[in-house]
Ligand binder design. Structure first.
Ligand code: PMP
Length: 283
């Protein structure tokens, strides 16, 4: 397995990050995750745009141009023979003696790896998944894709222990988003309900693409927060993320959604999204 670290492609066993890296000590870093389908990057430009924005917000210099990032991603996918799966990369503020304030003259640490995964042919997409709800314990800048993921680690572990596959985080009675996904419901009238973008959620790239595609398909959107009660009473629920595309949710806190099976709108949206992602591959 080959990874990328600070300018070099090397076997993962040889990829070492110094003890004093600020990512390790403070979680002082930003990450991205992009799907690979048919050996090609899905929605790469939008992911790189979000990376640029996250880095700017926390004032970590961006070490590469979009073209350079793209070349690194493609090269790493090629070296690992990755046809379908996920590319993860992170940028930390770098290595320095432990002190909260920004170090001077430190270069960011850049790390990138791939994970093979079958995204299109997924058993979870056939059966749908269960989610539980948990309080949203995160900080107030969730629009930044920070590597600080402790609240999500706890939320998703709680989901696992409850026999569920994702946790929906709840604040002031409203669902913010999933531990590693954007959350949606479908009303009985067939309209998608999605929480509007703000500092309270990560601007999901899959969310953005899917909402554009659903508009083209003539499916109406209500962009507003929704409660757990409304979600449990909805016709359908689903999540989106780069690593899963669109996944049906068939129960929330043990309560079945609709008839407890993946719904027609969700299935259609998943098909539309896969068609778009496949077409990018051909382009
Ligand atoms: N929200 C959170 C908290 C996430 O971690 C993720 C996955 N990175 C998403 C939403 C989905 O974003 P994307 O579609 O860009 O993968």
């Amino acid at each position: 397995r080959i990874v990328f670290l600070n300018g070099s492609f090397l076997p993962i066993e040889e990829a070492k990050v110094p003890f004093m890296d600020r990512g390790f000590l403070f979680g002082d870093g930003i990450y991205e995750g992009i799907a690979v389908l048919g050996g090609h990057l899905v929605d790469n430009e939008a992911h790189l745009e979000r990376l640029e924005r996250s880095l700017r917000e926390v004032r970590i210099p961006n070490p590469y141009t979009r073209e350079e990032w793209t070349q690194l991603e493609e090269e790493l996918a090629r070296r690992n023979g990755l046809t379908e799966g996920f590319i993860y990369f992170q940028v930390t503020r770098g290595v320095a003696e432990r002190d909260f304030m920004f170090p001077e003259n430190t270069t960011p640490t850049v790390a990138m790896f791939t994970q093979a995964k079958s995204i299109v042919n997924s058993p979870a997409a056939e059966t749908g998944i269960a989610v539980i709800t948990v309080p949203d314990l995160r900080w107030k800048r969730r629009d930044i894709k920070s590597i600080n993921l402790l609240a999500q680690v706890l939320a998703k572990q709680a989901a696992k222990e409850a026999g569920a596959q994702e946790a929906w985080m709840v604040e002031d009675g409203f669902v913010t988003e999933g531990g590693s996904s954007s959350g949606f419901i479908v009303t009985k009238e067939g309209r998608i309900v999605a929480r509007p973008l703000s500092n309270a959620i990560l601007p999901g790239i899959t969310r953005q693409s899917l909402l554009a595609l659903s508009k083209e398909a003539g499916i109406e959107l209500e962009e507003r927060p929704f409660t757990v009660e409304e979600a449990c009473d909805a016709a359908e629920a689903f999540l989106t993320s780069a690593s899963n595309f669109v996944l049906p949710i068939v129960s929330i806190d043990g309560r079945p959604i609709g008839n407890g099976k993946p719904g027609p709108v969700t299935k259609k949206l998943r098909a539309i999204y896969i068609r778009m992602a496949t077409a990018q591959r051909m382009a």
